[in-house]
Structures are given as C-alpha cells and as structure tokens.
Design a protein around this ligand. Sequence first.
Ligand SMILES: [Zn+2]
Length: 146
Amino acid sequence: MLLAPRWLLPELNTLHTVATPVGASVEERVIKKMGELLRAGAVMLDLACPICNAPLFKLKSGEIVCPTHGPVRVVKTDSEAIEVLSQSVLDRLEALATSRIGSLVDSIDRAPSVDEEGRLLDELERWLDVLERVRRLKSLSVRSEK
Ligand SMILES: [Zn+2]
C-alpha cells in the first residue's frame, strides 16, 4: 500500500506533527494561531516554547513568539538566561511592592489609632526600602547590558 508522506499533506496539524515532536495534545486554538502566524509570513523555528512545548515562530519583525504565550526571549548562554530570569523576578517584586505600598497608604488613611498608624508606617517604610532597592538593582542591570 502506498501512502503519501505525511509532510506532503497540506494540513497544518500534519505539518506540526512532522516538524516538532511535541505530542498530540496541541489544541485546535493553537493550531489556528500557528496558521495565522504562517500566513503573516512568520517562520517556524526548530525551537520549542519552554512552557508549553509548542514550536516557536520568528515574525517578520525578528521577534520570536509562542502561538500560546506570545513573545519569547531566546537566550544563548546560561548567564544571559540568569539575567533574564533575575530581571523578571525584579519586575514581579517591583509590582508587589507597589501594590503593597498602595494598600498600606489606604490602611494608614483609615487607621483607627495612632499605635496602628505607627505600625503601618513601619511596614510602609520597609516596602519603600524594597522598592528603592529593586529600582536601583534594575538600573544597574540595564546599564550592564550596554
Ligand atoms: Zn508557549
């Protein structure tokens, strides 16, 4: 019996199956998105998303994206990976500090007693320290990238 090689079949999911061994669990939605990317002139890479294992695409702009997770930063070295990772931890910490400071300001405004206000101000001071340090660290790592 003669069967057409699978990679000659035009369906995107077949293309996907052949090009990257990511298993059969790729959802319809992802396949559709991959079709959109290809139609937009994106090129499928031999790299997989570290989160969902879907193949990554390079857009005409040079940006690399996962069909599910959007932009992906490809790093070449371990130290670059650590740099990106620590940057994302700092981003999260900055967001956390900002949100805690926001809710502390609200609490201080509504503090029922001077004691309570003092306690909240101490806490606020610690979070402001955190925020200041995060911003300093971020500005240092931006400078070292240049
Ligand atoms: Zn992904």
